[in-house]
Design a binder for this molecule. Structure first.
Ligand code: T3D
Length: 263
């Protein structure tokens, strides 16, 4: 097991599963400068560590993440918003999406503003029954950022996305599940266990196949069917040459569970 010395997050790699816990509970894990820097560093660490096959993202205390630290905006030298979004938020969102490992958001409580964006950038969202999602941007006179305007309509449809963004009404966990904003809701006290169980399951799958499947899904959201078919064929050519594919076939014939090595 490995853990790194961050101030505002905890990063823990336990076998094949790494967990990033946003850890500024007194500020509902709002994203200040340090947290953004450390979050990106931890995502990069998960990418670098070949032993890590799945990443869980969660929050400490009663919140998942309340978005940008609004108090920091009153401090000198915070930087123009457009630049902060481009230089600090965009790399985090792309870091999660380009991570060639499944990312599970274990949404333990309230998520607001860019905190929702973080959850949306994960591949799979599990939510505690106490969680809620607020597209809070307009409350402070801002527009959705960090991918919220891209992810949300793809998950819940244009009209629902527009309503949630325009009204900023909180979406309770059960409603989030009903509209497809989260994969499923679990009792708060079981959230991390459920996330770890799912992560451990995914960690037994062929890592290269999951990495390529994640790439395929990302591409499929942007291109038409013909291009998606072509992309699938070229990634299948890569997967088909892998040792994991050979192992999967052998395990099938020998009627035993496969042991995937990730190459
Ligand atoms: O650089 C940029 O600005 C660009 C990026 C922008 C992207 C964004 O994320 S914009 C949207 C920012 N987030 C919000 O607008 C949400 C603000 N927070 C809230 O609306 C509410 O706190 C919640 C709905 C999340 C939770 O409400 P509640 O009643 O459960 O808790 P609370 O009492 O409001 O908050 C508890 C503490 O957390 C409180 O601190 P205190 O007064 O006890 O010392 C509160 O100030 C603090 N807190 C909550 N959210 C933030 C925060 N501190 C700093 N920044 C926050 N975003």
């Amino acid at each position: 097991m490995s853990a790194s010395g961050f101030e505002t997050i905890r990063y823990r790699a336990d076998g094949a599963v790494a967990t990033i816990t946003l850890a500024r509970p007194a500020a509902l894990n709002a994203l200040d400068r340090t947290l953004k820097t450390e979050l990106l560093a931890a995502i990069r660490e998960a990418a670098r560590d070949r032993a890590v096959r799945v990443l869980i993202l969660t929050g400490e205390g009663r919140a998942f993440c309340a978005g940008q630290d609004l108090k920091e905006r009153f401090e000198p030298g915070t930087g123009a918003i457009g630049r902060v979004v481009r230089e600090r938020y965009t790399p985090i969102i792309l870091g999660l999406r380009r991570l060639e490992k499944p990312v599970i958001a274990a949404v333990n409580g309230v998520a607001a503003g860019a905190g929702v964006s973080l959850a949306l950038a994960a591949d799979i969202r599990l939510a505690a029954d106490s969680a809620s999602f607020t597209l809070a941007f307009a409350r402070v006179g801002l527009v959705p950022d960090s991918g919220a305007s891209w992810f949300l309509p793809r998950l819940v449809g244009y009209a629902r996305a527009a309503e949630l963004i325009f009204t900023t009404d909180p979406v309770p966990a059960a409603e989030a599940e009903r509209i497809g904003l989260v994969n499923r809701v679990v009792p708060a006290e079981r959230l991390l266990d459920e996330a770890r169980t799912l992560a451990s399951r995914l960690a037994t799958m062929a890592p290269l196949a999951l990495a390529l499947a994640k790439r395929e899904l990302g591409r499929a959201m942007e291109v038409g069917l013909e291009k998606a078919l072509d992309y699938e064929a070229s990634l299948q050519a890569i997967a088909g040459r892998s040792a994991d594919h050979a192992e999967g076939l052998a395990a099938f014939l020998e009627k035993r569970p496969p042991r995937f090595e990730g190459h």
